[in-house]
Ligand binder design. Structure first.
Ligand SMILES: Cc1cc2nc3c(=O)[nH]c(=O)nc-3n(C[C@H](O)[C@H](O)[C@H](O)COP(=O)(O)OP(=O)(O)OC[C@H]3O[C@@H](n4cnc5c(N)ncnc54)[C@H](O)[C@@H]3O)c2cc1C
Length: 479
């Protein structure tokens, strides 16, 4: 008979999303078991981490360890995108180029230290839903079998469909052809991003001294050109030859074989239910163009942990928790798709070719989110009379309050991507009621005097103005 054991939460997948979710839930006092089918360190694409990972790594308590891990800082990118000319893009805070094997192992180690029971290598098979909770069959190394019973299940298995469900594509179909290189006199340390007629290219030096070079293409191109396993490498080399990725090198040589990965963006139709959640790429995937897949995986894990904690300890708030996580996923997907389509639309040289045309149009528009009122001089802002735009409403919205999700009154408006309850730690609903009538900025900030310091009040008013939520009181209205 298979060995059995019980846990409160069972997490499947030990990548960034699974390890972070497990770690947070363990710190919130839950008993957590995580299973990862590969022994670590194991290779994984996604080595370029956007600067936005730092605050998340801080929250997880691993930022210092990551700083000490001798990964490479990524300060600068050479971008040849709009036309043939290149430009250098420097970020104020550096991102990171990591060895994903070591990075993922570091996060999983932190989860283990926080009390997570890690089974590895351990492959989770299709789970069985019980009246209450789940039973997960697991195969350990050497073929040993185990049955794990859990009250709550988290699918952090990445791009696969371990828990089933419907993945809806949200971009044109894309595959990445990638390989690792070594060579003599390679170019500088900058990351490279480049546009070609039917592809875009990405290249970066990695901590182990190799250079990762990728070409992103439509899978239709592989079919049209009759590319097979046997001819994949020569097709990849042909693509790279039309880019500048390896141009400055003498005798570059490929290390290992050329790989193909699906890079199509999608979202899962139901990312959370009362007894299960999908985090990281099990919930949605974004265009690698932004290099922020790992950042998104960490974000979904952190907001997912609060949603799961709420479902487990505050069942009365269950519908708020489900709404919060579902809306968060939808908004992230829509915002990212709009950003990516805008970025593809900036390319000019080959803009009439199908690869660029369909990617530039794939944007689900966010209803004029980007139209902002014109900047106003300080004096004009201070002395004119303002009131709240008539389309502003206060609505009950699920928000993170401490470690739980609760309904709070929040400002909603067609220009806002989602309702906003707090700004810089200040709850907006009690303040904006005073804005229903026309007042000048100093008068308004004065009426908020008991709630917020004057300067903070003026900053909030400035934010309301920039979002287009304030309307100037016309002469007729003032009489
Ligand atoms: C071509 C390409 C380039 C990319 N480049 C970047 C980049 O530069 N920067 C960036 O931030 N992101 C990038 N990404 C995205 C990034 O790789 C992912 O967003 C990130 O890895 C998602 O993390 P995750 O934890 O959700 O999934 P994963 O990292 O895929 O982890 C899932 C884990 O689950 C395990 N697993 C799966 N099934 C089971 C099972 N049944 N039982 C047990 N374990 C299981 C797997 O072994 C794996 O370790 C790229 C993606 C692609 C396709």
């Amino acid at each position: 008979m298979d060995a059995r054991f019980d846990t409160e939460v069972c997490v499947v997948g030990g990548g960034p999303a699974g390890a972070s979710l497990a770690l947070r839930l363990a710190r919130l006092g839950h008993s957590v078991c995580l299973m990862e089918r590969h022994a670590f360190p194991r290779p994984h694409v996604g080595e370029s981490l956007a600067p936005g990972v730092w605050p998340l790594l801080d929250m997880l308590g691993v930022a210092e360890e990551v700083r000490r891990a001798s990964f490479l800082p990524a300060h600068e990118a050479l971008v040849r995108w709009e036309d043939g000319t290149g430009r250098s893009v420097r970020s104020r805070e550096p991102g990171l180029l990591v060895d994903r094997g070591r990075f993922d192992a570091l996060l999983l180690g932190a989860a283990r230290d926080a009390g997570v029971r890690v089974l590895q290598p351990a492959a989770a098979h299709r789970p069985e839903r019980l009246d209450v909770g789940w039973r997960v069959p697991v195969v350990l190394s050497g073929g040993r079998r185990l049955q794990v019973s859990a009250r709550f299940l988290a699918d952090a298995s990445g791009r696969g469909t371990w828990l089933g469900g419907r993945k809806e594509p949200v971009s044109a179909r894309t595959v990445a052809l990638h390989g690792y290189w070594r060579g003599e006199r390679p170019h500088g340390p900058e990351t490279r991003v480049e546009a070609g007629p039917d592809a875009w290219y990405w290249g970066a030096h990695l901590p182990d001294g190799t250079f990762s070079a990728m070409a992103f293409v439509d899978p239709e191109l592989l079919r049209e050109r009759g590319v097979t396993r046997r001819t994949l490498e020569s097709f990849y080399l042909e693509l790279l030859a039309s880019s500048g990725l390896l141009g400055a090198w003498t005798s570059p040589r490929l290390v290992g074989s050329v790989l193909v990965s699906d890079a199509t963006c999608y979202r899962d139709a139901v990312p959370i239910e009362r007894d299960c959640i999908k985090v990281g790429e099990a919930s949605f995937s974004i265009d690698p163009l932004s290099s922020s897949g790992v950042q998104k995986a960490l974000q979904t894990a952190l907001s997912g942990a609060v949603a799961v904690h709420t479902l487990l300890v505050r069942p009365d708030n269950a519908s708020a928790a489900l709404r919060f996580y579902t809306e968060d996923q939808r908004e992230s997907v829509a915002r990212h798709a709009a950003w990516a389509a805008g970025y593809y639309a900036e390319h000019r040289t080959y803009r009439d070719r199908p690869f660029w045309k369909c990617r530039a149009q794939a944007s689900p528009t966010l209803g004029g989110l980007e139209t902002r009122p014109p900047p106003l001089e300080g004096e004009a802002l201070l002395h004119r009379r303002w009131r709240l735009d008539r389309e502003v409403a206060l609505v009950d919205t699920p928000c993170i309050v401490g470690d739980l999700i609760e309904l709070r009154r929040a400002l909603s408006h067609p220009r806002l991507g989602r309702p906003v309850a707090w700004l810089d730690g200040v709850e907006l609903a009690p303040l904006v009621e005073g804005l229903r009538d026309g007042l000048t900025m100093p008068q308004l900030a004065d009426t908020w005097g008991r709630e917020v310091p004057f300067r903070r009040g003026v900053a909030i008013l400035g934010w309301l103005y920039r979002q287009g939520l304030l309307a100037e009181v016309g002469a007729n209205e003032m009489r």
